[in-house]
Design a protein around this ligand. Structure first.
Ligand code: B1M
Length: 638
C-alpha cells in the first residue's frame, strides 16, 4: 500500500495495512537549513527529499504560506483572502475597490477604498521571522478599529468573486504522487465569525467587539457568507480530496459556547456538502481541546489535524482516541516537545511512544504526526526512531496489550467541578453584580450612588469590586467562565477604579504594587499574556505591558527605569523559553536581580523550568499569577 492509499484509508475510517506516519517538517527545516544545522547527510536536501529518503509520508496539509507564485497570493493576509499553489480557487476584488499599497522593509500597509468608505491594515514579516521558520504574518494594524469599519469590510466581502483555478494544485498533487495526500486550503478560518476573530481584530479586543458591536459583527458575518459559500462550492467541484477547513481552535480562545454557536454550523455545512461530493473536511485542532472534545467530535468534521495531546495540553492521547476515533480521524498525536532533549529524556520519549501504540489500538482513524510541527531544535534521531517503530510495530490492527487508558479515579476527578460561590455583601450587591456581569456603565452609576450615601471608597473597592473580581478569577480557574467574561468583568473593574480614583488616596491606589510584563523576544503570542495583564489590573495592580517580541535588554532597561516590584515574562514557544534566562542573566549583570521578583508563565513553561533558570515563581494561568504576585509582594515587603 502506498502512503497516499494508507492515509486515505485512515481518513475514510477503513483499516490501512499499517499506521501512516507523516511528520510536518517545515518549521524545523526553515530554521535549520539557513544555519547549516540539518543532519549531515541531508545538508543539501529539501524537506520532501528527506521524508522520502526516510520512508515517511509527505505532510501536505498546510500551504507554504510564505512561498507564493505572485505577491497577491498572500498580500491580503490581514483580510484572510489568500490563494496559493495548494488552492483550487483564485479571487478577484470588485472593480470599485481601490487598493493602495505602501511597502517598507518587512512592513506592508494596505488601504482599501470602497464606495462605502476606506479601511486599512498593516502586516509585518521580517527577516528574523523568516529565519526562525515562522510561516504566518504578524498583523500589526487590524482592519476593524471601530463601528464604521464593519460595513466597509462587509462591502469588500459581499463583492468578492472567487473563481475555479486548479492548475497549480494539479501540478503540485502530481509531484506528491503516491507519497502523500494533497490537502487543499478551503480557508484558514472555519466560519465567518471565526474569520473575523482570526483576522479582523486584535485577539484580545475581539471579545470586546463581540460584546460591544454585536449587531455590526453579526451583519458582517452575514456579509461574509457569500465568501464561505463560494469556497464550499469551488472545493466541492475541485480535484482535491481533502479540504483544510480552518483551525487553531482552543477552548480558551474559541470557548465552548462560541465554538458551538459560531463555528460548528459551518463545519457541519462544509462537511455535509463536501462529504456528499466524496470529499473530506479537515480542521487544524492544535490548541487546548479539553472543553471542546464533544463539540469537535459531533461537529461533522472528518479529520482533526495537528492534535496535540498531553503533556502539551490537558487531553491525553488515549482519551482523544477513545472519544473521537469512532467519528473522525486524528492526525498528530506526538507532542512536539517529546523531540526536544531538554523537554523529554530518551526514556520519556520511548515510554510515550510505547504508550501511544497501545492507546490507539486497533489503529483505525489514526495518522501519526508531530503536533503541531517538528520544532527547530528537534533531535532528528527521534524522528527516525518513530519511523522505525512504525515500520516494526505499526502493522494494523495494533494490539492494545495491557493498556488501561482511563481509571475510575481519573474519571471521577474529571467529573468534579469546583463551583465558586459569590458571598453577597448586601450593601455592595449592585457593584458586585456589575463586576460579575461585566457592566462597565452601570457600575459607575452605582459607585456614585454609594458615594452619595456616604460609603467609604476603600470599602467599595475592597468589599464590592475586588471580592467579585476574585470570584471571577476563581471561576475562570475552575473552568466555569471563559475569557470573554473575565475580560468584561476586568473592564468594568477598570472603569470603576477610574470613577473611584479621585476619592481614593494615592497610597490606596498604588498600594498593591507595580508589575512589568511582556512576551519574550521571538515570540508573538499575546492572548495569554494579555489575560494575565487584565487579571492583575482587575485586582488593583499597576501593570506596565511591554507587548510582544520584547528583547532581553529592553526588559532590563525598563526594570532599571521603572523599578517594578515584579517582572512577569511570558513565552509560548519552546524556542523562546531560553530568552527568559537571558533576561534573568541580564538583570544579574546590571546588579538588578535583587530589586525585582521575576515570575514566568506560558503553556510550555513549568515549575521546574522556573527553578532551573532562577526565577522566583511560575504561574500556570492568570488567576494563579494574581496569587503568586500577591505572595511574592508579601514576602518582599515583610
Ligand atoms: Co502558535 N503555537 N504559533 N499561534 N499557538 C502554539 C503555542 C503551539 C503549542 C501549537 C502546537 O504545537 N500545538 C506551538 C508551539 C510549540 C512549541 O514551541 N512548544 C505554536 C507554533 C509552533 C506557532 C508558530 C511557530 C506556527 C508557525 O508559524 N509555523 C507561530 C509562531 C509565531 C511566533 O510567536 N514567533 C505561531 C503563531 C500563532 C498565531 C499567530 C496563529 C496564534 C497567536 C495569536 C496571538 O497570540 N495573538 C497562535 C495560537 C493561537 C496558538 C495556540 C493554538 C493557542 C495559544 C493561546 O493563545 N491560548 C497554541 C496552542 C497551545 O497553546 N496549546 C499555539 C489561549 C491562552 C489563553 O492560553 O497562551 O497558554 P496561553 O496563556 C495562559 C497560560 O499559559 C498562562 O496564563 C494564560 C491564561 O490562562 N500564561 C502566563 C501565559 N503567559 C503567562 C505569563 C505569566 C503567567 C502566566 O507571567 C508570569
Amino acid at each position: 500500500m502506498t502512503h497516499r492509499e494508507r492515509i486515505l484509508k485512515a481518513i475514510k475510517g477503513e483499516m490501512p495495512d499499517r499506521l501512516p506516519f507523516a511528520p510536518r517538517l517545515d518549521l524545523w527545516y526553515s530554521a535549520n537549513f539557513p544555519s547549516g544545522t540539518l543532519p549531515e547527510k541531508y545538508k543539501n536536501s529539501s524537506p520532501d527529499e528527506i521524508a522520502r529518503a526516510q520512508g515517511w509520508a509527505l505532510h501536505k496539509i498546510n500551504p507554504e504560506y510564505q512561498k507564493v507564485r505572485k505577491p497577491e497570493d498572500n498580500l491580503h493576509w490581514a483580510l484572510g483572502i489568500l490563494s496559493y499553489k495548494e488552492s483550487v480557487y483564485g479571487f478577484r476584488f470588485s472593480p470599485d475597490v481601490d487598493i493602495e499599497l505602501k511597502q517598507t522593509e518587512g512592513r506592508t500597509k494596505i488601504t482599501y477604498h470602497t464606495p462605502v468608505g476606506s479601511v486599512s491594515t498593516t502586516t509585518v514579516y521580517t527577516e528574523e521571522m523568516r529565519k526562525a521558520g515562522v510561516s504566518n504574518f504578524w498583523v500589526e494594524e487590524h482592519v476593524l478599529k471601530g463601528a464604521k469599519d464593519y460595513p466597509v469590510v462587509g462591502y469588500i466581502f459581499e463583492n468578492l468573486k472567487l473563481f475555479p483555478d486548479s492548475e497549480d494544485f494539479l501540478k503540485w498533487k502530481a509531484e506528491i504522487g503516491e507519497d502523500g495526500v494533497a490537502f487543499t486550503l478551503g480557508g484558514r478560518a472555519a466560519s465567518p465569525m471565526h474569520h473575523i476573530q482570526k483576522y479582523f481584530v486584535d485577539a484580545t479586543d475581539f471579545y470586546y467587539h463581540y460584546h460591544d458591536y454585536a449587531k455590526e459583527m453579526q451583519a458582517l458575518a452575514e456579509s461574509m457568507e457569500n465568501f464561505f459559500d463560494q469556497i464550499i462550492l469551488l472545493t466541492a467541484d475541485s480535484p482535491a480530496e481533502v479540504v483544510f477547513w480552518g483551525g487553531n481552535f482552543d477552548d480558551m480562545i474559541t470557548y465552548p459556547s462560541f465554538f458551538e454557536k459560531e463555528i460548528v454550523p459551518w463545519i457541519r455545512k462544509a462537511s455535509t456538502i463536501l462529504g456528499a461530493k466524496g470529499k473530506y473536511v479537515s480542521c487544524h485542532c492544535d490548541g487546548e481541546n479539553r472543553g471542546l472534545l464533544d463539540l469537535i467530535r459531533d461537529s461533522g468534521m472528518h479529520v482533526a489535524e495537528a492534535v496535540t495531546p498531553a503533556p502539551m495540553t490537558k487531553v491525553p492521547i488515549d482519551e482523544y482516541y477513545r472519544r473521537w476515533s469512532d467519528k473522525l480521524t486524528i492526525i498528530g498525536g506526538i507532542p512536539s516537545v517529546l523531540l526536544l532533549q531538554e523537554s523529554a529524556t530518551e526514556g520519556e520519549f520511548e515510554a510515550y511512544l510505547d504508550n501511544l501504540f497501545r492507546a490507539v489500538a486497533p489503529g483505525k482513524r489514526m495518522i501519526l504526526g508531530i503536533a503541531d510541527s517538528t520544532p527547530p531544535k528537534a533531535v532528528f534521531e527521534r524522528l527516525v526512531r518513530i519511523g522505525e517503530k512504525v515500520e516494526r510495530e505499526g502493522r494494523l490492527p495494533l494490539e492494545a496489550g495491557a493498556f488501561r487508558p482511563v481509571t475510575k479515579a481519573s474519571l471521577a476527578e474529571a467529573a468534579q467541578r469546583v463551583s465558586t460561590q459569590m458571598v453577597w455583601d448586601e450593601e455592595f450587591r449592585q457593584v458586585q453584580d456589575d463586576v460579575l456581569n461585566g457592566d462597565q456603565v452601570a457600575i459607575q452609576e452605582h459607585i456614585r450612588a454609594l458615594l452619595g450615601q456616604g460609603a467609604q471608597p476603600e470599602e467599595i473597592l475592597q468589599r464590592g469590586m475586588l471580592t467579585a473580581m476574585e470570584v471571577i478569577s476563581e471561576r475562570f480557574k475552575s473552568g466555569e467562565v471563559f475569557i470573554p467574561e473575565v475580560l468584561l468583568s476586568a473592564r468594568a473593574m477598570n472603569e470603576a477604579v477610574l470613577a473611584l480614583g479621585p476619592h481614593l488616596s494615592a497610597a490606596q491606589l498604588g498600594a498593591k504594587g507595580k508589575v512589568l510584563i511582556g512576551t519574550v523576544k521571538g515570540d508573538l503570542h499575546d492572548i495569554g499574556k494579555n489575560l494575565v495583564v487584565i487579571m492583575l489590573r482587575g485586582v488593583g495592580f499597576e501593570v506596565k505591558d511591554l507587548g510582544i517580541d520584547v528583547p532581553a535588554l529592553t526588559f532590563v532597561k525598563m526594570v532599571e527605569e521603572s523599578n517594578p516590584d515584579i517582572l512577569a515574562l511570558s513565552a509560548l514557544l519552546t524556542t523562546t523559553m531560553p530568552q527568559m534566562k537571558t533576561v534573568i542573566d541580564g538583570l544579574k549583570q546590571k546588579g538588578l536581580r535583587d530589586k525585582v521578583k521575576v515570575i514566568v508563565g506560558g503553556a510550555p513553561v513549568n515549575q521546574k523550568f522556573a527553578r532551573d533558570i532562577g526565577a522566583d515563581g511560575y504561574a500556570p494561568d492568570g488567576a494563579e499569577a494574581v496569587g503568586l504576585v500577591k505572595k511574592l509582594l508579601f514576602e518582599k515587603r515583610s
